[in-house]
Design a protein. Structure first.
Length: 358
């Protein structure tokens, strides 16, 4: 047993009254019994009771292992002594209930099993009963009253401790579930995120595009995609190395996101190529978004340590048609991107529209 200390959380008084009623612990009638227990049984025999209790517990291999890890026999006896001198004192008060719950929680935390804790209380009952003095044993009514109180008060303490064991177990399960959910979410994000730019990756962007295209075709709304490509990126890698190239990609991705609208999805489609999904957007509005992204990227030089680079972007734009597949739409945006490259780069080009749009 561990020593009592000040409680931090006050138990509900109605719950306390209900528990005492279930145990038939009447405040007035048991006050005398509690005084008898402390004055006639515990106080004169506390060292003997504690020693006998520890002798029983140390014989249990599981408990002995816990004591060896967290305490010593001397400390165990000292804490048990303080526990005994508080047994039943103020049992109707919220602080008493909270302290008994705390004791159970601490035992659970250091690895004392609930079954071992309950068995220990059985030994404690025997020791208390054995030390009831002859003067009380000879008075049948007094002995019966005190015996009943010993059984009730130890039952109260055990019920509070067991309750805290259960609370701790439930809390542990909740934490475990939260941890598993967090890990699942972390892995999910890793599976859909490009490690370098932290944008959506290729496979997830195609799934998003498929869902967006299906919705636009089903609802008859406008939708555009932009394929964007950093100009002369291979030259950056060749001249400055891939570490600088990676930093350029990170900075460029962040600028592109800041140039797009909050509702737009931006993904790294592959290498230095990026995909924008613009829902509820016609071709004219899509051009505005593309131009804003292009201007945002080359609004300032890209600084990578001591290296300063002027980085530009070419963009191709296509609007979804009611017969499009994902591949059809990306192919047309790619064609527009090729036209932007052929036109000298650092510009926006749209598809050559021949078929009717939405």
């Amino acid at each position: 047993m561990l020593a009592p200390g000040p409680g931090h959380c006050i138990q509900d008084e109605n719950a306390i009254a209900e528990r005492l009623q279930l145990l038939d612990l009447d405040r007035a009638d048991t006050a005398v019994s509690c005084q008898d227990l402390q004055d006639s049984v515990i106080a004169p025999n506390v060292d003997s009771i504690v020693s006998g209790f520890c002798d029983v517990l140390i014989q249990e291999e599981a408990f002995n292992a816990v004591v060896a890890k967290h305490s010593t026999r001397e400390r165990l006896q000292d804490t048990m002594r303080r526990y005994m001198l508080s047994l039943g004192v103020g049992f109707a008060e919220p602080a008493y209930h909270e302290e008994r719950r705390r004791i159970g929680k601490v035992h659970q935390a250091i690895g004392v099993s609930q079954s071992l804790y309950q068995c220990a209380f059985r030994h404690l009952q025997d020791l208390l009963i054995e030390h009831i003095p002859a003067s009380i044993r000879e008075d049948a009514a007094a002995y019966d009253r005190l015996l009943r109180f010993v059984l009730k008060i130890t039952a109260l303490d055990m019920s509070l401790a067991v309750e805290s064991y259960c609370d701790a177990r439930v809390s542990g399960l909740k934490e475990s579930l939260e941890s598993e959910r967090d890990e699942t979410e972390r892995l999910r994000k890793l599976s859909i995120t490009d490690w370098l730019t932290e944008l959506h990756n290729h496979s997830y962007s195609r799934r998003c595009l498929g869902a967006a295209l299906d919705r636009a075709q089903r609802e008859g709304t406008d939708m555009c995609v932009i394929m964007a490509d950093l100009d002369h990126f291979k030259q950056i890698n060749d001249a400055h190395g891939h570490l600088i190239g990676d930093e350029v990609l990170r900075i460029a991705a962040a600028r592109m996101v800041s140039g797009a609208r909050s509702k737009d999805r931006v993904a790294r489609y592959g290498g230095e190529e990026f995909l924008f999904i613009l829902q509820n957007t016609d071709l004219e509005e899509g051009v505005e978004v593309a131009e804003r992204v292009r201007a945002r990227l080359n609004s300032d030089a890209v600084h990578c340590g001591e290296t300063t680079l002027d980085v530009t972007l070419s963009l191709g734009l296509a609007q979804a048609r009611d017969t499009d597949s994902v591949d059809d739409l990306i192919e047309r945006a790619d064609s527009a991107l090729y036209e932007a490259k052929a036109a000298g780069r650092n510009c926006v080009r749209t598809e050559q529209r021949q078929d009717p749009q939405f």
